[in-house]
Design a protein around this ligand. Structure first.
Ligand code: NI
Ligand code: MN
Length: 231
């Protein structure tokens, strides 16, 4: 049974019974809510939804230290390779990439994707969401995104666990995220990307209440940083 641990913000770790460890958007160093250190995570695979620093985080260091492969969008992959990171796979929306013991399919996400390259801010292509099949469970990490109607198509993929931003300001907020839950038909939904910084302060119980009204069949699991949910 795979175990999903919330590091905080949009950073998660997935582990299966065979010791495969997948880090998603591993922003740990400098993450105000993280309860662990980057050195506590030993990933075999790293998934990055987009180039913003609150998602790339420690990915470069972790990849180097553990020989973990990185899977992300093409332009960010090119940039990471230009910085000397090895084992990077670039993909794009609609594409599926295999990693040890799992697959990831990139989906659209309505957001932006930029990074500080020295003194200048550069846009590294477009952001993505990720459908991750791992340990017999299908996860949808929405990444940073607004609500969009094609989440219905993502729902058709048979999502067990949807991980959705609820912080508002930079992404959808609780009410739009509750509408996303209607499209996704997941068994479990886990909110993220809130209460890390002042602009994204939210009470996740507001989200739970909204989902309870419109999608009572979906279980809302609210994880504090450091907490895990086993599927
Ligand atoms: Ni972002
Ligand atoms: Mn973000």
């Amino acid at each position: 049974m795979p175990k999903l641990t919330y590091i905080g913000h949009s950073a998660f770790v997935l582990e299966d019974d065979d010791g495969h460890v997948v880090a998603i958007d591993p922003f740990i160093t400098g993450n105000p809510v993280a309860t662990i250190q980057a050195s506590d995570v030993k990933p075999s695979t790293i998934l990055i939804t987009h180039a913003h620093n609150d998602h790339v985080g420690d990915a470069m260091d972790l990849a180097g230290q553990h020989g973990a492969g990185i899977i992300t969008t093409v332009e960010l992959a090119d940039w990471l390779e230009s910085q000397g990171v090895a084992g990077v796979t670039g993909a794009n929306h609609g594409g599926t990439v295999a990693f040890p013991h799992g697959t990831v399919k990139l989906t659209p996400a309505w957001h932006s994707s930029s990074y500080w390259d020295g003194e200048k801010k550069v846009a590294h292509g477009i952001p993505a969401g990720m459908i991750v099949r791992f340990g017999g469970t299908t996860f949808y990490f929405a990444g940073d995104t607004a609500l969009f109607g094609d989440m219905r198509l993502i729902g058709d993929e048979g999502i067990d666990v949807a991980i959705l931003p609820i912080g508002d300001h930079f992404t959808m907020g609780p009410s739009d995220a509750a509408r996303a839950v209607e499209f996704l038909n997941a068994e479990v939904v886990i909110p993220c990307h809130y209460n890390t910084f002042p602009p994204i302060t939210q009470d996740p119980e507001t989200f739970r209440a909204a989902v309870g009204k419109t999608s009572p069949e979906t279980m809302v699991v609210i994880l504090a940083p450091g907490e895990s949910h086993t599927l």
